[in-house]
Structures are given as structure tokens and as C-alpha cells.
Design a protein around this ligand. Sequence first.
Ligand code: PLP
Length: 235
Amino acid sequence: MSVSENLNKILSQIEAEESKCALTKGSVKLLAVSKFHTIEEIEEAVKAGQKAFGENRVQEAYQKFTELYKKYPDLELHIIGQLQTNKVKKAVEIASVIESVDRIELLKEIEKQASKLEKKIEVYFELHTAEDSKSGFDSFESLKEAVDFCAKGNVPHVIPKGFMTMAPFTENQDLVRMSFKKLKEASESLRNEYPELPLTELSMGMSGDFPIAIQEGSTEVRVGTAIFGERNYNK
Ligand SMILES: *Cc1c(COP(=O)(O)O)cnc(C)c1O
């Protein structure tokens, strides 16, 4: 199947899940994860109407999206992979959201670079909810410290917009669901504690598990393989 056919299939699956869960149509956003795929493949998705993309490596994203923005200035790029401090400058330059915030040091560097560019940038806090993922804050307490750091006004160019997690890679749907529930609970607790912050987004669900994620309250699913096909890591 082509990228546009895959895209339409995923969009109708999202819509079906929204309707099952009595959610407004269009309330769950689709982020097309284009890592390891070419500019041409991304363009196919753009031509089919997709605007929001996710990439996990800054260097690769930078090369592809500085080109793509020339032709399609209204694309939206989310950085979803673990981010080294020395890559933050480029990440802030090209992305509108950094979903993989996993330490306060990173928030400070994002603030520094965003203020230089006089740009506001949205971030999601990543929570580690499953054993076989390595990334994210490793406890609710450390996550809360980072949210609190934002709430205290330390990073005025950073908009704390939501939370992200990756479920375990397993056939066991209960484990997957548990991981999503953990993020949902953490987000509800922090929204209650910091009602002044715009923490509306819950980024959870990938090709293999996005229907479960939507059932558990996801507002954004990050789908790569089911749109673009298998990634070729040898490229
Ligand atoms: C690669 C990636 C995805 C997409 O995974 P698929 O299984 O290809 O849909 C989603 N989220 C993150 C953080 C990723 O790195």
C-alpha cells in the first residue's frame, strides 16, 4: 500500500476508536513518525494532507526539515527521541515541540536556546513507564520536580504542554495498558497540582498499540511503521 493509503487507513482507525470512546472526531492527533524515511516519502504524506511529523534524531531531522520547510512552511515537527544537550540548539531551531524532555538540565538548555531565537517552544515531559525503554524520568517525583521547575517561572520560553511515554514492546496488552494508565495518572495528578500550566497533551501509542492508548486517554499517537513501512536501519 502507498503512504497515502496507509495514512487514510490509520486516520479511519483513529476515528473508529474516537467514536467507540465517545470522543469528538479529530480530538486525537496523528503524528507521522518519519525517522529513517526520505524527504520524498515525507512529501507523499504531506501531499495526502499530513502536517505533523515526528523525528528522533536531530541531525537527520535538521537535514530533512530545513529542506521541507522551504516548500511547506506550515509543517509541524516534534522531536521524540532522547536529546543530548549539544543538539538542543538545532532541535529548537527546527521543532515546534520537544516531546522527550527527561531532565531539568535539558529544560535549562532549551530555555537558553529558545530565548536566543526569541522563540517559544512546547515541551512534553517523558515518563519512563516500562522496563524495556530506557528513556524518560524514572520516577513520578523526578517528573514532578521538572514540572515544578517550569511552574516557578524558570523557563519563560518553554511551554509545558504535556506528557509522553513509550509502552513496552510486548504482545501482553495488559502490560501495555498499564504503562498508558501510569502516564494518565501522573498527568492528572500534575494537572491538579499545577492548574496554571497548559498540560493538556498525552502523547502515547505507536503503530502496534495506538488503539489501546486512545482508550486510555491519549491525545496524540505517534505512528511510523504503519504509515511509512519498515525502517531500514542500514541506510
Ligand atoms: C519510532 C518511534 C515511534 C513510532 O514507532 P512505530 O512502531 O514505527 O509506529 C513512536 N515513538 C517514538 C518515541 C519512536 O522513537
